[in-house]
Design a protein around this ligand. Structure first.
Ligand code: ATR
Length: 285
């Protein structure tokens, strides 16, 4: 039985064991997958022991994505540009490979929603680690990106890094161009601690669809609540991105692509059945 896990801190909230278990059953893979609490001081040793004990791969979530990236021997291009790793795989020669499936997970979920077509204009709110993790696949999907951040210098630094890969422009959060946007993505951490919306209602009204990279178990995220309160339509939280990034990790490990749509629909229903009030709001970074 091949052995996998997800590492994070905290980790008890993770839906990854549920999702990966469904993928394994669906594709009849002999594997186990469990949640592991990483230690803030000794994560590197924990991971080394985990792989010495024969693990084939793992997912990595907050706050270890950068540390996992630094530990790996080999890196995919998308992990390198993200400077973060959410998926590790032990190679046949024993070296550790780092990938990042967050961005392709987002693109896959936008395909589910039928919200991604070439040459769209997308407004991304936030220029932190979450944004850095998804820019390459979005640019490869030929999206023209306006990247808005409270701290302009961070958006400018990301735009400079990613300019060779497509159309990307940095702006300050209070100087967002008044033009229409096919899609507005919330990639800020605003709301994770109960704070208010990252951008004004006037700006949101320029959008035709709204995607929050956060998700909440059993309730709407603050960004989704705000969009709905403005009477906007075409609003999605990031649960589909969570399932889709997991599907791409699974594919990397097992060389078989699970049915993401089926598992997404099952997970959505199961979350509604459980008593999940008070579980909080989550993201993948
Ligand atoms: P993560 O790795 O989760 O992306 P991060 O790297 O700390 O976290 O980035 C958080 C992002 O959310 C940043 O873009 C941050 O803006 P600043 O760079 O100006 O700090 C943004 N953010 C957090 N709270 C916000 C708020 N209340 N309004 C607007 N942007 C916010």
């Amino acid at each position: 039985m091949d052995y996998y896990a997800v590492w994070g801190n905290p980790i008890s909230q993770s839906l990854s064991p549920l999702i990966q278990g469904k993928f394994a059953a669906q594709t009849q893979q002999a594997m186990s997958y469990e949640a592991k609490l990483g230690d803030l001081d000794t994560f590197e040793q924990q991971l080394a022991t985990f792989f010495l004990q024969g693990a084939k791969g793992c997912n990595v979530t907050a706050p270890f994505k950068t540390r996992a990236y630094q530990l790996a021997d080999e890196h995919s291009e998308r992990a390198t540009l993200a400077q973060a790793c959410n998926t590790m795989k032990k190679l046949a020669d024993g070296r550790l490979y780092a990938d990042n499936t967050d961005g392709i997970g987002l693109v896959t979920d936008l395909e589910r929603l039928n919200w991604i077509k070439p040459n769209q204009r997308i407004l991304i709110l936030g220029a932190g680690g979450a944004t850095q993790g998804v820019l390459l696949p979005l640019l490869q999907a030929q999206q023209n990106i306006v990247l808005a951040n409270r701290t302009l210098a961070k958006a400018e630094a990301l735009a400079e890094t990613f300019l060779p890969y497509g159309e990307i422009q940095a702006v300050a959060m209070d100087k967002i161009p008044r033009q229409s946007y096919n899609l507005i993505i919330n990639a800020t951490s605003a709301g994770l601690s109960g704070s208010t919306a990252p951008v004004s209602a006037d700006i949101l009204k320029l959008g035709h669809a709204f995607y929050d990279m956060q998700y909440a178990k059993g309730s709407d995220t603050p960004f989704v609540v705000f969009c709905k309160s403005l009477g906007l339509t075409n609003i999605s939280d990031g649960l589909g991105m969570l399932v889709a990034q997991a599907a791409h990790s699974f594919h990397l490990w097992r060389d078989v692509m699970p049915d993401f749509l089926k598992v997404y629909s099952e997970v959505t229903k199961e979350i509604q059945w459980q008593d999940v009030r008070g579980w909080g709001i989550y993201r993948f970074i």
